[in-house]
Structures are given as structure tokens and as C-alpha cells.
Ligand binder design. Structure first.
Ligand code: MSP
Length: 518
């Protein structure tokens, strides 16, 4: 018999020296929507997020503030926990790389790599960017007028020469290519997969995995002068959180390999090349998928602290409301592409798609039910072809949605729901239930029943995207908590004719843009 359905999804762990911004909120939002979707669809879900607290960059930030790194990380990692509240993220675990469970796990992984002959001691001489916490070869860099060099990310680099342990990455190229070949959906979107494959085909160098010039990190077992490379430390969080090094019990056997590591395109190489190589070298199965999403710009401009155009999720939520922000971020661009955040586009979608298409549909239908059907779910008569078509679309929605969600195509998933919403609005206009009131009240009841059933389906499947607003809509339909999982899609028995409904209320107010100076 097949075991219970399980789903393990992770966000990157965030650097604590930054304040949470829209980029962090976006990555975690995508995971939150998937986690909620899978929970409602009957999966046992583990949704992990956390903070990346070691490394030279964090050590430097603490020094600049004149406090020790542990106090610094304690203070700033809290902001990322606060973001979970602000955005209504449903993470099951929050990992900090400064925790003891993580030190044990990273050191155990190191020992395993060492035992298997994949780690050796040598000297590193090359370029390093503290901002990216990444090594670069000179051919990747741009030379500046003053003779200094810049990384492809725009970060400054410095020349480093020191004793270092190396991971034999060069030996893993062929096995990685074989793995990508056998798992065509391991890296999504496809264009990113091609980029990673050509990078690996170009030949891999061994990777420096320890540093001796700073202290803030996990010491190499048996050689305290070395601190582990922060990416080896950070990536390991995904297995720490399921109990590594205990590979044979509990959460590890339940959830590993992870179903999805969600990352931004900037950190794909670490997740799709280094991480599976480390895991294979340690005899651990690689994750099933790494999805690289795009980056947001702000009104056409690259987001950067120095430009001062960082988008604060707290401000967005205060201005537009949480669910509208959640909706917009996943609706505006095909997931995987870059997107531009513009306030005009935000308000446009709020008013046309949330307030008009969906909000008005619910408001119109529920007001008619309230006025004309004694405020109770109407009884239905025989269904016409038009009715049957509407009901079939509602009942079929989940099958399409699963397909989209399984490849992280959030905007297509939402578009599919909006096709039904627009069809419902067309059906209301066509059937004109307000006219039927006098002419044929029984037929009016049937039409309104069909609409209420469609709205129930719409609200159920949109819960992962807009949890508060859809809870309110389901309250208006008097759907009990026990009937809000996807088990109740396609089942006509939940909506009992005669059940009293509460007085209708608007769920999505129109957003009124105040004139400047008004
Ligand atoms: N600490 C590493 C991850 C280690 S995972 C083992 C790190 N942290 S980060 O805080 O710099 O970035 C986290 C995420 O935010 C990345 O997925 C990145 O792509 C995302 N974003 C940062 N700015 C962004 C935008 N402007 N737009 C969208 N996402 C962006 O990297």
C-alpha cells in the first residue's frame, strides 16, 4: 500500500544582515502557498524557513555595530520571524544556523565527506566576494578603472590566499550531468536548467570549503583553525531540520529527499550544483527539485539599498492589505520570470480582478440569495445544459490546478480560477436571475444554487493564496471548518439547500487612490 502523501518544501535561509524586503517575502510566499495547497490536498507537509547566520559578512556587520555576532544575530533574525506573522506564512519550522542541532549536523556531514575521500587540504589563492560569500575565477570578473575587480553580481571582490580544505567538485561533473539527465524536472524553469547544465559541462573546479581569516562559523572537526565555508554550512540546514545525522529514523525517513527547494535565480548554482554534489558524495539522495524564481524591480529600477528603493513588505501590507499583496505577487508575472512592482499595476489588479471580478460576483449572488431566498442556500430543480457546464467547470477546477501547482506555475493556476470567475459573471448576465424572481422563482433558485456552488469551489481553491479573504468568503457560505479541505471539492453534498447564510458583506473593497495633495 502506498504510504501517506508527504511534501517537504524549503525557502533559502536568509542572511540576517539585511532587513526583510519584498525579495524575501516573495520566496517564502511561494513556499507558503504550496505548503497550504498541499495540506488542503491531504499531504503531510513540512515547510521550512530560517536564517543564515554565519560567515564573514555577518561577522563584519556585527563588528560595525560593536556587538558580538551572537547578540547581533539574535536581534536581527527576529525580524525574519516577524515577517512570518506579517505575511501569514505557515512555516512548520524556523532554523537558525547558530543552533546546536545544526552544528552537529554540519560537522557530521563534513566527517562523511572526509571519510569518503572528497575533502583534502591545500592552499587557496583566488578571488572572493564577502557580499556574495562566493569564489570567482578572474574570467568572470569585470576590471574597474582603478584596477579593482567586480563580480558579475556587482559585488566587490578581494584576493584571498590561505590554507583551505577543498571539496573534490571536479570529480562530480559527470555524475551531476547524469543526474540532471535522469531527472529532467530537477531544475525548473527549463531555461535555468540549460544554464546550469552548460556550466557543469564547461568543467568544474574543486571548491574551497574552509576559511581561516575569520571565526564566525562552524569549526572544521579536528582542525579549529578552519571555519567551514558558509554555503556548505547553510545548505546543510535542509537536512538538519529533518534530523540529520540520524538518517534512519523519524523525520529524515519521512521527509527526505525534499520535494522542493525554492530559491531565487541568483543562488541556483549553489543549490543545483554544489548541494547535490555534497549530498551524493555523502551517500544521501539529492532533493527532487530546485525551482529558481526571478527578481523584482521597483517601478522599473533595480532594487538596492544604496538607491533607497527597497520595498518593505510591512508597508505594502499596511497600504493594500495582506491578501491583495499575496495575490498580486503571484499573479503579476509567470513564476520564474523577472517582474516589475508598480503601484499602478497593484491597484489595477486589486480593483479589476479582486474587487470587480471576484468580489462583485460573490456580493451580487449572495445579496440575491439573501433577499430572494430567505437568506438560505436555495433548493435547485433540474439542471439545464448551461448549469451542468458551469458545475462541471467548478468540479474540474482542482485537476487543472494540481497540474499548475506541481510545476509552480502560480499565475497559470490563478488564471484558471479567473476563467471560471469570468464564466460565472457571464452566466449571471445570461441567466439574469433578478428577472426570474417573478417569472420563475424555482428556476431562479436553481441558477443561484449553481452560482453558490461555483463560488464555494472558487473560495476553496483560492485559500492557499488568500487565506483571510477566502476564510471570510467561506464563512459567508456557512461552510464549516471541517468542510474546507480539497476533499470536499466536487462533492455536491456539502451545500445543503435550506441552510441559513449570514448577511452578505463585501470581501474585497475597491482601492481608492488619493489624489496627490488632496
Ligand atoms: N543566505 C543565502 C541563502 C542560503 S540558502 C542555503 C541568501 N540569502 S539572501 O537573504 O541574500 O537571499 C534570499 C532570497 O531572496 C534569494 O532567494 C533571493 O533570490 C531573494 N531575493 C533577494 N532580492 C530579490 C528581489 N529583488 N526579487 C526577488 N527575490 C530576491 O542568498
Amino acid at each position: 500500500m502506498a504510504g501517506p502523501k508527504r511534501y517537504y518544501v524549503t525557502t533559502p535561509i536568509y542572511y540576517v544582515n539585511d532587513v526583510p524586503h519584498i525579495g524575501h517575502a516573495y520566496t517564502t510566499l511561494a513556499c507558503d502557498v504550496l505548503a497550504r495547497f498541499k495540506r488542503l490536498d491531504g499531504y503531510d507537509v513540512k515547510f521550512l524557513t530560517g536564517t543564515d547566520e554565519h560567515g564573514q559578512k555577518v561577522e563584519k556587520s556585527a563588528q560595525e555595530k560593536g556587538i558580538d555576532p551572537q547578540t547581533f544575530t539574535d536581534q536581527v533574525s527576529q525580524r525574519f520571524r516577524d515577517l512570518l506573522q506579517t505575511m501569514n506564512f505557515s512555516a512548520d519550522d524556523f532554523i537558525r544556523t547558530t543552533e546546536e542541532r545544526h552544528r552537529i549536523s554540519v560537522q557530521a556531514l563534513w566527517e562523511k565527506l572526509k571519510q569518503n575521500g572528497d575533502i583534502y587540504l591545500d592552499n587557496y589563492a583566488g578571488w572572493y566576494s564577502v557580499r556574495d560569500e562566493a569564489f570567482y575565477v578572474e574570467s568572470e570578473l569585470t576590471k574597474n578603472a582603478d584596477g579593482s575587480f567586480t563580480a558579475p553580481t556587482g559585488a566587490p571582490v578581494e584576493w584571498v590566499e590561505e590554507a583551505s580544505y577543498f571539496f573534490k567538485l571536479s570529480a562530480w561533473g559527470d555524475r551531476l550531468l547524469k543526474f540532471y539527465g535522469e531527472n529532467p524536472d530537477f531544475i525548473l524553469p527549463k531555461t535555468r536548467r540549460n544554464e546550469v547544465m552548460s556550466f557543469v559541462e564547461g568543467g568544474l573546479n574543486d571548491l574551497s570549503v574552509s576559511r581561516t581569516t575569520f571565526k564566525w562559523g562552524v569549526p572544521v572537526p579536528g582542525d579549529d583553525a578552519h571555519i567551514m565555508y558558509v554555503w556548505l554550512d547553510a545548505l546543510t540546514n535542509y537536512i538538519t531540520a529533518v534530523g540529520y545525522p540520524d538518517e534512519n529514523h523519524g523525520e529524515f525517513t519521512t521527509y527526505w529527499p525534499a520535494d522542493l527547494h525554492m530559491v531565487g535565480k541568483d543562488i541556483l548554482r549553489f543549490h543545483a550544483v554544489y548541494w547535490p554534489a555534497f549530498l551524493m558524495a555523502a551517500g544521501i539522495e539529492p532533493p527532487k527539485r530546485v525551482f529558481a524564481h526571478g527578481w523584482w524591480t521597483n517601478e522599473g529600477q533595480k532594487i538596492s539599498k544604496s538607491v533607497g528603493n527597497v520595498i518593505d513588505p510591512v508597508e505594502l501590507v499596511e497600504t493594500y492589505g495582506l491578501d491583495a499583496v499575496r495575490y498580486f505577487l503571484l499573479r503579476e508575472v509567470p513564476f520564474g520570470n523577472d517582474g516589475d512592482f508598480s503601484r499602478t499595476a497593484m491597484v489595477g489588479r486589486m480593483n479589476s480582478e479582486l474587487a470587480n471580478d471576484l468580489g462583485n460576483l460573490a456580493q451580487r449572488v449572495l445579496s440575491m440569495v439573501n433577499k430572494n431566498c430567505d437568506g438560505a442556500v436555495p433548493a435547485h430543480g433540474e439542471f439545464s445544459d448551461d448549469d451542468k457546464e458551469m458545475l462541471a467547470s467548478a468540479h474540474g477546477l482542482i485537476h487543472q490546478l494540481r497540474e499548475h501547482m506541481d510545476v509552480q506555475a502560480f499565475n497559470s493556476a490563478l488564471e484558471t480560477v479567473w476563467v471560471l470567475i469570468r464564466a460565472c459573471n457571464g452566466y449571471v448576465d445570461r441567466q439574469a436571475p433578478w428577472k426570474l424572481k417573478k417569472e420563475d422563482p424555482a428556476r431562479m433558485g436553481t441558477v443561484l444554487y449553481v452560482l453558490v456552488e461555483c463560488i464555494r469551489h472558487i473560495a476553496l481553491v483560492l485559500q492557499p493564496f488568500m487565506p483571510h479573504a477566502m476564510a471570510k468568503m467561506l464563512d459567508l457560505l456557512a461552510i464549516s471548518d471541517a468542510h474546507r479541505s480539497f476533499d470536499f471539492l466536487g462533492s455536491a453534498h456539502v451545500l445543503e439547500p435550506g441552510r441559513a447564510l449570514p448577511a452578505p458583506e463585501g470581501v474585497f473593497p475597491r482601492f481608492v487612490v488619493e489624489e496627490q495633495g488632496a
